[in-house]
Design a protein around this ligand. Sequence first.
Ligand SMILES: Cc1cc2nc3c(=O)[nH]c(=O)nc-3n(C[C@H](O)[C@H](O)[C@H](O)COP(=O)(O)O)c2cc1C
Length: 488
Amino acid sequence: MDAREWVDLLKKYDEIVEINEEIDWNLEVSAYTAMASRVGDGRSSILFNNIKGYGPGNGRIHGAFTAGSRRRPWRKSALALGMDPDIGWKEFRDEFIRRFKHPIKPMVVDDSEAPCKENKMIGKEVDLLKFPWPFIHQTDGGRYSAGFQSEIIEDPDTGWVNWGNYRMMILSKNRFTGLQVFGQHGPTIFYTKYEARNKPAPFCYILGGDPAILYATGSALPAGVCEADYVGALRQEPLKVVRAETNKLFVPAEAEIVIEGEIMPHERADEGPIGEYTGYVHSKNKMPVFYVHAITYRSNPIITLSTEGVSFNDNMTVFNTIFSVEAYQAFRDAGFPVTDVRGLGEVSYATVVIATEVPYPGYIRELTNFFDSHKGSIWGSSGIIVDADVDISGEDMSYKVYQEMATKCDPKRDIFITYTDHYSPPLSPMVSAKDRLLGTKGCRWWWNCTTPRTWAKREKVNAVAGSDLFPQDMIFKSRSKLDSLGVK
Ligand SMILES: Cc1cc2nc3c(=O)[nH]c(=O)nc-3n(C[C@H](O)[C@H](O)[C@H](O)COP(=O)(O)O)c2cc1C
């Protein structure tokens, strides 16, 4: 699948609207995208075909490209990965994990088979401003690609190539910068190795292509593996890649835009501010500068847009989905009797909810220590643990979780803090700007809402609602009757 087939699929399922009137890249596309996410279940993407100053045929913007639905945040992810969009959360999660266990190496194709080579700008011809980058929030520091874009860079010591999802802020015709959160693989770990040798770091930035790329590059995969192999895993066939024009890296043949160049050592520019998924403006930071030597692109390329921080958006669906799956897999692989993991939808992945058996005293601390050491846990500072039989897989997840917090958590016994001793949540306003850059003072509050292991069986509580107390046929009969009476 490529970005265009993705649009066609969304059309087929009536989950996208197209706007052909002229719309401004300056805030207007973003306002439309944010408002679309507020309507109903927040399910509609928008394709802007006519961007002010560019005109039809000269670049499109796909807003809320994976966002929604509010009630079933994994829905578009299922669709993007070729699953039934009506699949349940647990089935989706297990299928994602099943596929992720079988990485498939990419397949190299010739330039003639690579749509991303359709148009080229090399050297002095390079002009990033040829594309309609959106200006997303009034307080932002510049025009951004803050959606589906990935940075590809090689470890100068081992040859390991990392693909990671990192936003980019345009600085000029041939320069950009981007948020490179401390400790992530490519941008900080590899780049600082080049910088220590006083050498520029060759990079490629890719926009668009198979939406599965977004899921692999946004994942907290371990060191030493290449995300391209996991795109193959998710799609269950090799990703087609082609050699870049000016360096030896490989890029997806069906990418919409490929930007190639070098990150200069010892040079920094202001990145940000930008409105982030936390709902707050992430302050300006000094970040490395990317010099562009070549751009190859498909005609009328599609740029993606995620309007973060307002209402429902892509981060709340993609990021939340990826990290919930990953954390669940990590727990299960390590032998924890965890039955489900999900980020609390309203706050993306900042609050993790873990449903688990409690097999022995002291287990909860083992569980939280394990979670704190997981790479994907850096994005939040809070966690809630509920009993294994609390079903957090449904549309009413938040209601269930609040109910557990309000009724089963004894504040003097069950609320505690753990010190993660690695990152503090990098974009969170709870951390001072200085500590955010150092990134080392992380901690997390936990609400343990599980029934104490030591309680006798008779003391355990039974839920009042649901199929436990009413026979199935009675539930079915009453629902049918209410349906026939037109109760909505
Ligand atoms: C939609 C989306 C946008 C993201 N934007 C950024 C970003 O701008 N900067 C950043 O440091 N991480 C960002 N991330 C997080 C990284 O992509 C993610 O942590 C990834 O696991 C990093 O992988 P790596 O350490 O292998 O490079 C984003 C993730 C998603 C899903």
